[in-house]
Design a protein around this ligand. Structure first.
Ligand SMILES: NC(=O)c1ccc[n+]([C@@H]2O[C@H](COP(=O)([O-])OP(=O)(O)OC[C@H]3O[C@@H](n4cnc5c(N)ncnc54)[C@H](OP(=O)(O)O)[C@@H]3O)[C@@H](O)[C@H]2O)c1
Length: 302
């Protein structure tokens, strides 16, 4: 049993649930903050892990503070737009500060948005805005940067590999490497960072770093069919496409992941500035990272 006491916000979600599981496996005491009125069947898997569950309104820091008493770190895995990433996370931060929790991991889990200017990615700008509050809150923050979740490649959720055309689409250079990490690996690393009292401001991990050309070679090897890189134009062209897609979507500003935001993410990855360097993969030597090859393999198994 570890003496770490970790608060997780967003534990009913995908990444937050995985982080919570690893924390429990490693012997941490875990308190999860859920919304009031969360259905019992969504709480059962968390109860089975042996966590303490507190129903709180994140917009009320005094409620949050009560639930955070005695914690060594607050981990946020919340997902949403301004009302969540800026407003609810601020409530969480204020509650954590009030309870004198020493450390805070914000819900970033992305490419390195500190390396390119604001205005290039709506969702990451919200995190940038939250960081202004986080960095002056008197709490020690650690951001985890993991690139894109590799799990989105075989499902087409990140439509880079065009399986029906046997192409890997890119803008700009086919040789620009991008960072991919699985959700499980991100969760395992985040749980370790939460239990580590000496983490720096930023930690960067990548299960794989592949260019469009290298990704095409990997899918070819795994599928036994020839995949080739497909240029969709220059990065300047992609920026124009983003503007047009955003204008056509009108109202898409209320969606968390509209197509134009995915295109912003692609642009950020392919212009090279958000590339994760140096990597902290070796920080916890017993952790092993999953290669994209292994993420893609099940898709082609009959
Ligand atoms: N790098 C990548 O490629 C990538 C891809 C996907 C996600 N991410 C990031 O990973 C993080 C987690 O994403 P996810 O996909 O795991 O999210 P998810 O499954 O949608 O879970 C979101 C969690 O946030 C909670 N939540 C949202 N709004 C809330 C509020 N106002 N008050 C209290 N709880 C609230 C949800 O609670 P309920 O269950 O009650 O709704 C849920 O527990 C986010 O930062 C996301 O941007 C990164």
């Amino acid at each position: 049993m570890s003496d770490a006491a970790i608060v997780v916000a967003g534990a009913t979600g995908d990444l937050g649930g995985r982080i919570t599981r690893v924390l429990r496996e490693r012997g941490a005491r875990v308190m999860v903050l859920v919304r009031r009125g969360t259905a019992a069947d969504r709480l059962e898997p968390l109860q089975a892990l042996g966590v303490t569950i507190a129903s709180v309104d994140l917009m009320r820091p005094s409620e949050v503070a009560k639930a955070c008493a005695g914690a060594s770190c607050v981990v946020s895995a919340l997902a949403g737009l301004r009302d969540v990433i800026v407003d609810a996370q601020t409530g969480l931060l204020e509650g954590a500060s009030k309870a004198r929790v020493p450390r805070f991991i914000p819900s970033d889990y992305s490419i390195d948005f500190t390396k390119f200017p604001a205005g290039r990615n709506r969702n990451l700008d919200l995190r940038r805005e939250f960081h202004e509050r986080l960095d002056t809150a008197g709490i020690s923050p650690t951001t985890i940067f993991n690139g894109a979740f590799a799990d989105m490649l075989p499902t087409g959720q990140m439509p880079v590999i065009l399986f029906n055309l046997r192409r890997v689409v890119y803008w700009g250079s086919a040789n620009q490497r991008m960072d991919f990490t699985t959700m499980d690996d991100t969760a395992a690393f985040t749980a370790r960072a939460a239990m580590d009292s000496s983490t720096p401001r930023f930690l960067r991990i990548a299960g794989d770093q592949l260019s469009a050309r290298e990704l095409a070679a990997v899918v070819s090897e795994v599928s036994g069919e020839r995949y080739r890189p497909l240029s969709a134009g220059s990065l300047g062209m992609l920026r124009i496409m983003i503007k047009v897609a955003r204008a056509i979507a009108r109202g898409g500003d209320k969606e968390l992941y509209p197509a134009w935001q995915g295109m912003q993410y692609m642009h950020n990855m392919l212009d090279g500035r958000a590339k994760l360097d140096p990597l902290d993969n070796d920080r916890y030597p017993d952790l092993h990272f999953t290669a994209v090859r292994d993420v893609l393999t099940p898709r082609f198994r009959r």
